[in-house]
Design a protein around this ligand. Structure first.
Ligand SMILES: Cc1cc2nc3c(=O)[nH]c(=O)nc-3n(C[C@H](O)[C@H](O)[C@H](O)COP(=O)(O)OP(=O)(O)OC[C@H]3O[C@@H](n4cnc5c(N)ncnc54)[C@H](O)[C@@H]3O)c2cc1C
Length: 488
Protein backbone atom coordinates (compact mmCIF):
# COMPACT_ATOMS: atom_id res chain seq x y z
CA UNK A 1 0.00 0.00 0.00
CA UNK A 2 1.21 3.50 -0.88
CA UNK A 3 -0.09 6.58 0.95
CA UNK A 4 -0.19 9.75 -1.16
CA UNK A 5 -0.35 12.98 0.84
CA UNK A 6 -2.37 15.71 -0.92
CA UNK A 7 -5.55 15.71 -3.00
CA UNK A 8 -4.45 18.23 -5.62
CA UNK A 9 -3.33 17.66 -9.21
CA UNK A 10 0.00 16.13 -8.15
CA UNK A 11 -1.39 13.76 -5.51
CA UNK A 12 -4.39 12.56 -7.52
CA UNK A 13 -2.17 12.25 -10.60
CA UNK A 14 0.26 10.02 -8.70
CA UNK A 15 -2.62 7.97 -7.27
CA UNK A 16 -4.03 7.41 -10.79
CA UNK A 17 -0.61 6.42 -12.12
CA UNK A 18 0.01 3.92 -9.30
CA UNK A 19 -3.52 2.51 -9.54
CA UNK A 20 -3.05 1.75 -13.25
CA UNK A 21 0.19 -0.05 -12.37
CA UNK A 22 -1.82 -2.27 -10.00
CA UNK A 23 -0.35 -0.73 -6.84
CA UNK A 24 -2.89 -0.21 -3.99
CA UNK A 25 -3.12 3.43 -2.99
CA UNK A 26 -4.75 5.68 -0.39
CA UNK A 27 -4.84 9.45 -0.93
CA UNK A 28 -5.00 11.53 2.25
CA UNK A 29 -6.20 15.12 1.87
CA UNK A 30 -6.29 17.53 4.83
CA UNK A 31 -9.31 19.43 3.51
CA UNK A 32 -11.36 18.90 0.31
CA UNK A 33 -10.20 17.85 -3.16
CA UNK A 34 -8.60 20.89 -4.82
CA UNK A 35 -8.41 22.93 -1.60
CA UNK A 36 -4.79 23.91 -2.34
CA UNK A 37 -3.26 25.54 -5.42
CA UNK A 38 -4.97 23.13 -7.83
CA UNK A 39 -8.31 24.84 -7.10
CA UNK A 40 -6.74 28.31 -7.23
CA UNK A 41 -5.10 28.75 -10.60
CA UNK A 42 -5.78 30.42 -13.95
CA UNK A 43 -7.07 27.31 -15.63
CA UNK A 44 -4.67 27.60 -18.55
CA UNK A 45 -3.54 24.47 -20.36
CA UNK A 46 -0.20 25.89 -21.42
CA UNK A 47 1.03 25.52 -24.98
CA UNK A 48 4.51 26.27 -23.64
CA UNK A 49 4.56 29.77 -25.19
CA UNK A 50 4.62 31.55 -21.83
CA UNK A 51 7.82 29.86 -20.66
CA UNK A 52 9.65 29.32 -23.93
CA UNK A 53 12.18 32.07 -23.15
CA UNK A 54 12.30 32.01 -19.34
CA UNK A 55 12.12 28.22 -18.87
CA UNK A 56 12.49 26.20 -22.09
CA UNK A 57 12.52 22.80 -20.31
CA UNK A 58 9.15 23.49 -18.74
CA UNK A 59 7.87 24.91 -22.07
CA UNK A 60 8.67 21.67 -23.91
CA UNK A 61 7.06 19.62 -21.14
CA UNK A 62 3.93 21.78 -21.34
CA UNK A 63 3.73 21.37 -25.12
CA UNK A 64 4.03 17.59 -24.97
CA UNK A 65 1.59 17.21 -22.06
CA UNK A 66 -0.88 19.61 -23.68
CA UNK A 67 -1.12 17.15 -26.60
CA UNK A 68 -1.47 14.10 -24.34
CA UNK A 69 -4.15 15.66 -22.11
CA UNK A 70 -6.28 16.64 -25.11
CA UNK A 71 -6.34 12.93 -25.94
CA UNK A 72 -7.02 11.43 -22.52
CA UNK A 73 -9.29 14.06 -20.92
CA UNK A 74 -11.13 15.93 -23.70
CA UNK A 75 -14.11 16.50 -21.36
CA UNK A 76 -11.99 18.69 -19.04
CA UNK A 77 -10.45 20.81 -21.81
CA UNK A 78 -12.01 23.57 -23.87
CA UNK A 79 -9.92 23.86 -26.98
CA UNK A 80 -10.15 27.59 -27.65
CA UNK A 81 -6.55 28.14 -28.70
CA UNK A 82 -4.89 31.33 -27.55
CA UNK A 83 -3.18 34.47 -28.75
CA UNK A 84 0.09 36.10 -27.77
CA UNK A 85 -0.52 39.78 -28.45
CA UNK A 86 2.36 42.16 -29.19
CA UNK A 87 1.92 45.58 -27.56
CA UNK A 88 4.61 48.21 -27.06
CA UNK A 89 7.81 48.30 -29.06
CA UNK A 90 9.81 45.33 -27.72
CA UNK A 91 10.41 43.78 -31.13
CA UNK A 92 13.63 42.14 -29.87
CA UNK A 93 11.63 39.98 -27.42
CA UNK A 94 9.18 39.07 -30.18
CA UNK A 95 12.00 37.98 -32.45
CA UNK A 96 13.66 35.87 -29.71
CA UNK A 97 10.28 34.34 -28.79
CA UNK A 98 9.51 33.33 -32.37
CA UNK A 99 12.90 31.63 -32.71
CA UNK A 100 12.50 29.85 -29.36
CA UNK A 101 9.01 28.62 -30.37
CA UNK A 102 10.47 27.22 -33.60
CA UNK A 103 13.28 25.49 -31.72
CA UNK A 104 10.85 23.99 -29.19
CA UNK A 105 8.55 22.82 -32.00
CA UNK A 106 5.56 24.73 -30.59
CA UNK A 107 3.24 26.04 -33.34
CA UNK A 108 2.83 29.83 -33.47
CA UNK A 109 0.98 31.36 -36.43
CA UNK A 110 1.22 35.10 -37.09
CA UNK A 111 -2.11 36.98 -37.06
CA UNK A 112 -2.19 40.55 -38.33
CA UNK A 113 -3.53 43.43 -36.25
CA UNK A 114 -6.81 43.77 -38.17
CA UNK A 115 -7.76 40.12 -37.68
CA UNK A 116 -6.74 40.29 -34.01
CA UNK A 117 -8.79 43.45 -33.45
CA UNK A 118 -11.84 41.75 -34.99
CA UNK A 119 -11.43 38.61 -32.87
CA UNK A 120 -10.73 40.47 -29.60
CA UNK A 121 -13.06 43.49 -29.30
CA UNK A 122 -11.67 46.17 -26.99
CA UNK A 123 -8.04 45.14 -27.57
CA UNK A 124 -5.47 47.93 -27.23
CA UNK A 125 -5.48 49.70 -30.65
CA UNK A 126 -1.72 50.07 -30.37
CA UNK A 127 -1.20 46.31 -30.69
CA UNK A 128 1.11 45.15 -33.47
CA UNK A 129 -0.64 41.85 -34.24
CA UNK A 130 0.09 38.56 -32.54
CA UNK A 131 0.43 34.80 -32.77
CA UNK A 132 -2.06 31.96 -32.48
CA UNK A 133 -0.80 29.11 -30.23
CA UNK A 134 -2.38 25.84 -28.99
CA UNK A 135 -3.25 27.17 -25.51
CA UNK A 136 -6.54 25.85 -24.10
CA UNK A 137 -8.76 26.08 -21.04
CA UNK A 138 -8.22 23.44 -18.37
CA UNK A 139 -11.25 22.87 -16.16
CA UNK A 140 -9.30 22.07 -13.03
CA UNK A 141 -12.09 20.89 -10.75
CA UNK A 142 -13.56 18.74 -13.48
CA UNK A 143 -10.22 17.01 -14.00
CA UNK A 144 -9.61 16.63 -10.26
CA UNK A 145 -12.95 14.88 -9.84
CA UNK A 146 -12.32 12.72 -12.92
CA UNK A 147 -9.06 11.61 -11.32
CA UNK A 148 -10.72 11.02 -7.96
CA UNK A 149 -13.60 9.01 -9.46
CA UNK A 150 -11.29 6.90 -11.63
CA UNK A 151 -8.89 6.16 -8.76
CA UNK A 152 -11.84 5.04 -6.65
CA UNK A 153 -13.49 2.97 -9.38
CA UNK A 154 -10.14 1.15 -9.79
CA UNK A 155 -10.03 0.23 -6.10
CA UNK A 156 -8.12 3.19 -4.62
CA UNK A 157 -9.19 4.98 -1.42
CA UNK A 158 -9.51 8.76 -0.97
CA UNK A 159 -9.77 10.22 2.51
CA UNK A 160 -10.65 13.91 2.83
CA UNK A 161 -10.57 16.06 6.00
CA UNK A 162 -7.68 13.87 7.15
CA UNK A 163 -4.25 15.35 7.80
CA UNK A 164 -1.05 13.30 7.91
CA UNK A 165 0.67 14.29 11.17
CA UNK A 166 3.36 11.59 11.42
CA UNK A 167 5.18 9.16 9.14
CA UNK A 168 6.60 6.03 10.81
CA UNK A 169 9.57 3.91 9.88
CA UNK A 170 10.83 0.48 10.83
CA UNK A 171 14.46 -0.44 10.21
CA UNK A 172 14.85 2.67 8.02
CA UNK A 173 11.80 1.90 5.83
CA UNK A 174 8.40 3.59 5.79
CA UNK A 175 5.92 1.49 7.81
CA UNK A 176 2.85 3.72 8.21
CA UNK A 177 1.31 7.13 8.79
CA UNK A 178 -0.81 8.75 11.48
CA UNK A 179 -3.77 10.87 10.36
CA UNK A 180 -5.75 13.43 12.28
CA UNK A 181 -9.40 13.00 11.24
CA UNK A 182 -12.63 14.56 12.56
CA UNK A 183 -13.12 11.31 14.52
CA UNK A 184 -9.63 11.40 16.06
CA UNK A 185 -6.20 9.92 15.30
CA UNK A 186 -5.96 6.96 12.93
CA UNK A 187 -3.03 4.78 11.79
CA UNK A 188 -2.58 3.37 8.28
CA UNK A 189 0.13 0.80 7.52
CA UNK A 190 1.98 1.33 4.23
CA UNK A 191 5.30 0.56 2.59
CA UNK A 192 5.80 3.88 0.78
CA UNK A 193 4.65 7.49 1.11
CA UNK A 194 4.48 10.18 -1.57
CA UNK A 195 4.48 13.76 -0.35
CA UNK A 196 2.43 15.69 -2.93
CA UNK A 197 1.41 18.44 -0.53
CA UNK A 198 2.08 21.36 -2.92
CA UNK A 199 2.99 24.49 -0.97
CA UNK A 200 2.93 22.40 2.22
CA UNK A 201 5.48 19.90 0.83
CA UNK A 202 8.29 21.56 2.81
CA UNK A 203 6.36 21.06 6.05
CA UNK A 204 5.43 17.46 5.23
CA UNK A 205 9.07 16.65 4.37
CA UNK A 206 9.96 17.56 7.95
CA UNK A 207 8.04 14.41 8.92
CA UNK A 208 10.84 12.53 7.09
CA UNK A 209 13.39 14.72 8.92
CA UNK A 210 14.52 16.01 5.53
CA UNK A 211 13.29 19.60 5.01
CA UNK A 212 13.01 20.70 1.38
CA UNK A 213 14.03 24.11 0.03
CA UNK A 214 10.72 25.43 -1.29
CA UNK A 215 10.22 28.77 -2.99
CA UNK A 216 6.63 29.82 -2.29
CA UNK A 217 5.16 32.62 -4.37
CA UNK A 218 1.58 33.79 -4.16
CA UNK A 219 -0.40 34.92 -7.16
CA UNK A 220 -3.58 36.99 -7.02
CA UNK A 221 -6.18 36.54 -9.78
CA UNK A 222 -9.27 38.58 -10.59
CA UNK A 223 -12.54 37.13 -11.86
CA UNK A 224 -14.68 39.28 -14.16
CA UNK A 225 -18.35 38.75 -14.94
CA UNK A 226 -19.05 37.79 -18.57
CA UNK A 227 -16.82 36.09 -21.08
CA UNK A 228 -14.97 39.18 -22.24
CA UNK A 229 -12.58 37.23 -24.47
CA UNK A 230 -13.47 34.14 -26.53
CA UNK A 231 -10.00 32.52 -26.23
CA UNK A 232 -6.94 32.62 -23.98
CA UNK A 233 -5.07 35.93 -24.35
CA UNK A 234 -1.42 36.44 -23.31
CA UNK A 235 0.72 39.55 -23.62
CA UNK A 236 3.80 38.78 -25.70
CA UNK A 237 6.43 39.68 -23.09
CA UNK A 238 8.63 38.08 -20.43
CA UNK A 239 6.14 36.60 -17.88
CA UNK A 240 4.86 39.40 -15.66
CA UNK A 241 1.82 40.58 -13.70
CA UNK A 242 -1.64 40.88 -15.25
CA UNK A 243 -0.63 39.47 -18.62
CA UNK A 244 -2.97 36.46 -19.03
CA UNK A 245 -6.74 36.28 -19.54
CA UNK A 246 -8.46 32.90 -19.46
CA UNK A 247 -12.21 32.62 -20.12
CA UNK A 248 -14.18 30.13 -18.00
CA UNK A 249 -17.87 29.55 -18.65
CA UNK A 250 -19.52 32.97 -18.46
CA UNK A 251 -16.57 34.63 -16.69
CA UNK A 252 -12.93 35.45 -17.36
CA UNK A 253 -9.88 35.28 -15.06
CA UNK A 254 -7.10 37.89 -15.20
CA UNK A 255 -3.81 36.89 -13.60
CA UNK A 256 -1.54 37.08 -11.87
CA UNK A 257 0.83 38.68 -9.41
CA UNK A 258 3.95 36.87 -8.15
CA UNK A 259 5.07 37.62 -4.60
CA UNK A 260 7.50 35.53 -2.58
CA UNK A 261 6.09 34.53 0.81
CA UNK A 262 7.44 32.35 3.65
CA UNK A 263 4.23 30.41 4.44
CA UNK A 264 2.07 28.00 2.36
CA UNK A 265 -1.42 29.43 3.00
CA UNK A 266 -2.81 31.69 0.25
CA UNK A 267 -2.97 35.36 1.29
CA UNK A 268 -6.21 37.37 1.29
CA UNK A 269 -6.05 39.61 -1.81
CA UNK A 270 -6.01 43.36 -1.18
CA UNK A 271 -7.48 46.28 -3.07
CA UNK A 272 -3.92 47.26 -4.01
CA UNK A 273 -3.39 43.82 -5.61
CA UNK A 274 -6.54 44.29 -7.65
CA UNK A 275 -5.60 47.83 -8.71
CA UNK A 276 -2.11 46.65 -9.73
CA UNK A 277 -3.51 43.75 -11.77
CA UNK A 278 -5.96 45.98 -13.60
CA UNK A 279 -3.28 48.59 -14.32
CA UNK A 280 -1.20 45.88 -16.05
CA UNK A 281 -4.25 44.29 -17.69
CA UNK A 282 -5.08 47.62 -19.32
CA UNK A 283 -2.01 47.23 -21.52
CA UNK A 284 -4.10 44.59 -23.30
CA UNK A 285 -7.63 45.95 -22.74
CA UNK A 286 -7.60 49.68 -21.89
CA UNK A 287 -11.31 49.65 -20.90
CA UNK A 288 -10.75 47.00 -18.24
CA UNK A 289 -11.61 49.43 -15.43
CA UNK A 290 -15.17 49.38 -16.83
CA UNK A 291 -15.44 45.58 -16.68
CA UNK A 292 -17.43 44.23 -13.78
CA UNK A 293 -15.05 42.46 -11.39
CA UNK A 294 -16.68 39.71 -9.33
CA UNK A 295 -14.04 38.64 -6.87
CA UNK A 296 -10.32 38.22 -6.30
CA UNK A 297 -8.61 35.04 -5.13
CA UNK A 298 -5.06 33.83 -4.60
CA UNK A 299 -3.02 30.65 -4.92
CA UNK A 300 0.53 29.76 -3.89
CA UNK A 301 3.08 28.34 -6.34
CA UNK A 302 4.87 25.34 -4.84
CA UNK A 303 8.18 25.92 -6.61
CA UNK A 304 11.23 23.87 -5.75
CA UNK A 305 14.14 26.13 -4.86
CA UNK A 306 17.07 23.77 -5.46
CA UNK A 307 18.04 26.15 -8.25
CA UNK A 308 17.44 29.62 -6.88
CA UNK A 309 16.53 32.40 -9.25
CA UNK A 310 16.72 36.08 -8.44
CA UNK A 311 12.90 36.28 -8.30
CA UNK A 312 9.89 33.97 -8.31
CA UNK A 313 9.51 34.48 -12.04
CA UNK A 314 13.00 33.08 -12.62
CA UNK A 315 12.67 29.97 -10.42
CA UNK A 316 12.16 27.03 -12.78
CA UNK A 317 8.63 25.63 -13.37
CA UNK A 318 10.32 22.26 -13.84
CA UNK A 319 9.66 19.65 -11.15
CA UNK A 320 11.65 17.19 -9.02
CA UNK A 321 10.98 13.75 -7.54
CA UNK A 322 12.96 13.65 -4.30
CA UNK A 323 13.96 10.25 -2.87
CA UNK A 324 14.33 10.70 0.89
CA UNK A 325 15.76 7.16 1.13
CA UNK A 326 18.76 8.22 -0.96
CA UNK A 327 19.07 11.58 0.85
CA UNK A 328 18.59 10.71 4.53
CA UNK A 329 17.94 6.95 4.68
CA UNK A 330 14.13 7.19 5.04
CA UNK A 331 13.49 4.45 2.45
CA UNK A 332 10.11 4.54 0.71
CA UNK A 333 9.55 8.26 1.32
CA UNK A 334 9.30 10.42 -1.81
CA UNK A 335 8.37 14.05 -2.45
CA UNK A 336 7.01 15.48 -5.70
CA UNK A 337 7.66 19.23 -5.88
CA UNK A 338 7.43 22.07 -8.42
CA UNK A 339 5.88 21.78 -11.87
CA UNK A 340 2.60 23.04 -13.33
CA UNK A 341 -0.98 21.81 -13.50
CA UNK A 342 -0.37 21.25 -17.24
CA UNK A 343 2.49 18.83 -16.48
CA UNK A 344 0.84 16.92 -13.61
CA UNK A 345 0.64 13.66 -15.62
CA UNK A 346 4.33 13.66 -16.48
CA UNK A 347 5.18 14.52 -12.85
CA UNK A 348 3.05 11.59 -11.70
CA UNK A 349 4.67 9.27 -14.25
CA UNK A 350 8.18 10.03 -12.97
CA UNK A 351 7.03 9.60 -9.37
CA UNK A 352 5.25 6.35 -10.24
CA UNK A 353 8.49 5.05 -11.87
CA UNK A 354 10.46 5.80 -8.67
CA UNK A 355 7.86 4.24 -6.35
CA UNK A 356 7.40 1.11 -8.52
CA UNK A 357 11.14 0.64 -8.68
CA UNK A 358 11.42 0.97 -4.90
CA UNK A 359 8.64 -1.61 -4.40
CA UNK A 360 10.24 -3.96 -6.94
CA UNK A 361 7.15 -3.85 -9.15
CA UNK A 362 7.69 -4.01 -12.90
CA UNK A 363 4.71 -2.21 -14.34
CA UNK A 364 5.04 0.57 -16.87
CA UNK A 365 3.13 3.86 -16.75
CA UNK A 366 -0.18 3.69 -18.66
CA UNK A 367 -1.62 7.13 -18.06
CA UNK A 368 -0.65 8.58 -21.47
CA UNK A 369 -2.87 6.05 -23.28
CA UNK A 370 -5.70 5.53 -20.79
CA UNK A 371 -8.65 7.93 -21.10
CA UNK A 372 -10.12 9.29 -17.88
CA UNK A 373 -13.79 8.43 -18.25
CA UNK A 374 -16.57 10.33 -16.48
CA UNK A 375 -18.31 8.06 -13.97
CA UNK A 376 -21.53 10.02 -14.08
CA UNK A 377 -22.85 13.08 -15.91
CA UNK A 378 -21.70 16.03 -13.84
CA UNK A 379 -22.64 19.09 -15.83
CA UNK A 380 -25.27 20.41 -18.14
CA UNK A 381 -27.25 18.71 -20.80
CA UNK A 382 -30.00 17.17 -18.66
CA UNK A 383 -33.58 18.25 -19.39
CA UNK A 384 -34.65 19.01 -15.78
CA UNK A 385 -35.38 22.60 -14.61
CA UNK A 386 -32.51 25.09 -14.49
CA UNK A 387 -31.42 25.92 -10.93
CA UNK A 388 -28.48 28.22 -11.72
CA UNK A 389 -29.22 30.42 -14.73
CA UNK A 390 -25.75 31.93 -15.10
CA UNK A 391 -24.01 28.57 -15.53
CA UNK A 392 -26.95 26.53 -16.88
CA UNK A 393 -26.88 24.02 -14.00
CA UNK A 394 -30.03 21.92 -13.77
CA UNK A 395 -31.74 20.30 -10.80
CA UNK A 396 -30.62 16.86 -12.05
CA UNK A 397 -27.00 18.06 -12.26
CA UNK A 398 -27.12 18.94 -8.56
CA UNK A 399 -29.20 15.98 -7.44
CA UNK A 400 -26.53 13.70 -8.94
CA UNK A 401 -24.29 14.86 -6.07
CA UNK A 402 -26.96 15.22 -3.41
CA UNK A 403 -25.03 13.27 -0.80
CA UNK A 404 -21.86 15.38 -1.11
CA UNK A 405 -21.04 18.75 0.45
CA UNK A 406 -22.12 22.08 -1.16
CA UNK A 407 -18.40 22.61 -1.78
CA UNK A 408 -18.29 19.50 -3.95
CA UNK A 409 -21.53 20.46 -5.75
CA UNK A 410 -20.02 23.82 -6.56
CA UNK A 411 -16.73 22.38 -7.78
CA UNK A 412 -18.37 19.65 -9.85
CA UNK A 413 -21.17 21.64 -11.48
CA UNK A 414 -20.09 25.32 -11.27
CA UNK A 415 -23.38 26.08 -9.45
CA UNK A 416 -23.34 29.64 -7.95
CA UNK A 417 -20.06 30.52 -9.70
CA UNK A 418 -21.38 32.80 -12.48
CA UNK A 419 -21.99 36.56 -12.69
CA UNK A 420 -24.75 36.66 -10.01
CA UNK A 421 -22.54 34.67 -7.59
CA UNK A 422 -25.48 32.59 -6.39
CA UNK A 423 -27.85 35.37 -5.30
CA UNK A 424 -31.00 33.24 -5.79
CA UNK A 425 -29.69 29.85 -6.93
CA UNK A 426 -27.97 29.16 -3.63
CA UNK A 427 -31.43 28.93 -2.06
CA UNK A 428 -32.79 26.79 -4.90
CA UNK A 429 -29.79 24.48 -4.75
CA UNK A 430 -29.79 24.03 -1.00
CA UNK A 431 -33.56 23.46 -1.07
CA UNK A 432 -32.92 20.34 -3.17
CA UNK A 433 -31.27 18.68 -0.23
CA UNK A 434 -34.64 19.03 1.61
CA UNK A 435 -32.91 18.70 4.96
CA UNK A 436 -34.97 17.72 7.94
CA UNK A 437 -32.33 19.53 10.00
CA UNK A 438 -32.94 23.28 9.49
CA UNK A 439 -29.84 24.34 11.41
CA UNK A 440 -27.71 22.25 9.01
CA UNK A 441 -29.40 24.06 6.10
CA UNK A 442 -28.56 27.41 7.75
CA UNK A 443 -24.98 26.33 8.36
CA UNK A 444 -24.57 25.38 4.68
CA UNK A 445 -26.11 28.68 3.55
CA UNK A 446 -23.70 30.61 5.77
CA UNK A 447 -20.74 28.60 4.51
CA UNK A 448 -21.59 29.22 0.83
CA UNK A 449 -22.12 32.95 1.42
CA UNK A 450 -18.87 33.38 3.35
CA UNK A 451 -16.91 31.41 0.77
CA UNK A 452 -18.22 33.61 -2.09
CA UNK A 453 -17.90 36.91 -0.22
CA UNK A 454 -14.32 36.38 0.92
CA UNK A 455 -12.94 37.43 -2.44
CA UNK A 456 -15.49 40.13 -3.10
CA UNK A 457 -14.24 43.02 -0.95
CA UNK A 458 -10.95 43.65 -2.73
CA UNK A 459 -12.95 43.98 -5.99
CA UNK A 460 -15.79 46.12 -4.59
CA UNK A 461 -15.62 49.29 -6.63
CA UNK A 462 -17.83 51.22 -9.06
CA UNK A 463 -20.81 49.38 -10.56
CA UNK A 464 -19.74 46.15 -8.93
CA UNK A 465 -20.08 47.63 -5.45
CA UNK A 466 -23.58 48.86 -6.35
CA UNK A 467 -24.49 45.45 -7.78
CA UNK A 468 -23.29 43.80 -4.59
CA UNK A 469 -25.46 46.12 -2.51
CA UNK A 470 -28.44 45.15 -4.65
CA UNK A 471 -27.67 41.44 -4.22
CA UNK A 472 -27.28 41.93 -0.48
CA UNK A 473 -30.65 43.68 -0.29
CA UNK A 474 -32.31 40.81 -2.20
CA UNK A 475 -30.65 38.24 0.04
CA UNK A 476 -31.42 39.94 3.34
CA UNK A 477 -34.77 41.64 2.62
CA UNK A 478 -36.41 39.35 0.04
CA UNK A 479 -34.92 36.03 1.08
CA UNK A 480 -34.59 36.70 4.82
CA UNK A 481 -30.97 35.59 5.15
CA UNK A 482 -30.37 37.86 8.14
CA UNK A 483 -32.76 35.75 10.19
CA UNK A 484 -31.17 32.52 8.98
CA UNK A 485 -27.68 33.72 9.98
CA UNK A 486 -28.87 35.14 13.29
CA UNK A 487 -30.54 31.84 14.19
CA UNK A 488 -27.23 29.98 14.06
C1 LIG B 1 -1.67 32.04 -9.20
C2 LIG B 1 -1.35 30.73 -9.88
C3 LIG B 1 -1.79 30.49 -11.18
C4 LIG B 1 -1.47 29.29 -11.80
N1 LIG B 1 -1.93 29.08 -13.06
C5 LIG B 1 -1.61 27.93 -13.69
C6 LIG B 1 -2.12 27.68 -14.99
O1 LIG B 1 -2.91 28.46 -15.53
N2 LIG B 1 -1.76 26.52 -15.60
C7 LIG B 1 -0.94 25.61 -15.01
O2 LIG B 1 -0.62 24.61 -15.65
N3 LIG B 1 -0.47 25.81 -13.77
C8 LIG B 1 -0.80 26.92 -13.09
N4 LIG B 1 -0.36 27.14 -11.82
C9 LIG B 1 0.44 26.10 -11.15
C10 LIG B 1 -0.45 24.95 -10.63
O3 LIG B 1 -1.69 25.44 -10.18
C11 LIG B 1 0.25 24.20 -9.49
O4 LIG B 1 1.52 23.81 -9.93
C12 LIG B 1 -0.52 22.94 -9.09
O5 LIG B 1 -1.88 23.21 -8.87
C13 LIG B 1 0.09 22.34 -7.82
O6 LIG B 1 -0.68 21.21 -7.47
P1 LIG B 1 -0.26 20.32 -6.22
O7 LIG B 1 -1.16 19.13 -6.22
O8 LIG B 1 1.20 20.06 -6.24
O9 LIG B 1 -0.55 21.22 -4.94
P2 LIG B 1 -1.96 21.55 -4.24
O10 LIG B 1 -3.04 21.68 -5.23
O11 LIG B 1 -1.72 22.70 -3.33
O12 LIG B 1 -2.29 20.26 -3.39
C14 LIG B 1 -1.65 19.97 -2.17
C15 LIG B 1 -2.70 19.42 -1.22
O13 LIG B 1 -2.04 18.86 -0.08
C16 LIG B 1 -2.89 19.02 1.03
N5 LIG B 1 -2.08 18.86 2.25
C17 LIG B 1 -1.13 19.68 2.73
N6 LIG B 1 -0.58 19.17 3.86
C18 LIG B 1 -1.21 17.98 4.09
C19 LIG B 1 -1.10 16.98 5.10
N7 LIG B 1 -0.20 17.06 6.10
N8 LIG B 1 -1.93 15.89 5.04
C20 LIG B 1 -2.84 15.77 4.02
N9 LIG B 1 -2.97 16.70 3.04
C21 LIG B 1 -2.17 17.78 3.06
C22 LIG B 1 -3.45 20.43 0.84
O14 LIG B 1 -4.67 20.60 1.55
C23 LIG B 1 -3.63 20.50 -0.68
O15 LIG B 1 -4.98 20.21 -1.09
C24 LIG B 1 -0.69 28.30 -11.14
C25 LIG B 1 -0.28 28.54 -9.83
C26 LIG B 1 -0.61 29.74 -9.20
C27 LIG B 1 -0.19 29.97 -7.79
Amino acid sequence: MVVVIGGGASGLGVAWDLTLRGIPVTVVEAEEIGAGTSGRFHGLLHSGGRYVISDPVSARQCHEENRILRRIVPTAIEDTGGYFVAVGDDTAYEEAWRKAMDQAGIPAVFVNREVLAARLPGLNPEQRGGYWVPDAILEGFRLLYLLRDNVMSHGGTILTHSRVVAVHEHNGCVSGVTLRTPEGLREIACSAVVNAAGPWAGEVARLFEDPLPMHLASGVMLLFAHRRVPVVVNRLAYPGDGDILVPHGETVILGTTDVHQPYPEPPVPTRDDVAALIARGQLLFPEMTEWRALRAFAGVRPLYASQHGASSRSVSRDFAVVDHGARVGFAGAFSLVGGKWTTFRLMAERTGDAVAQFLGIQAACRTAETPLLPSQSTRRGSPSPIVCECEGVTADDLVAWISSSPEEWRARTWWAMGPCQGTMCVHRGLALTAPSDVSEWRRQLKWVREERERGFWPAAYGDNAREFQLQTAVRYQTLGEGEAHAAL
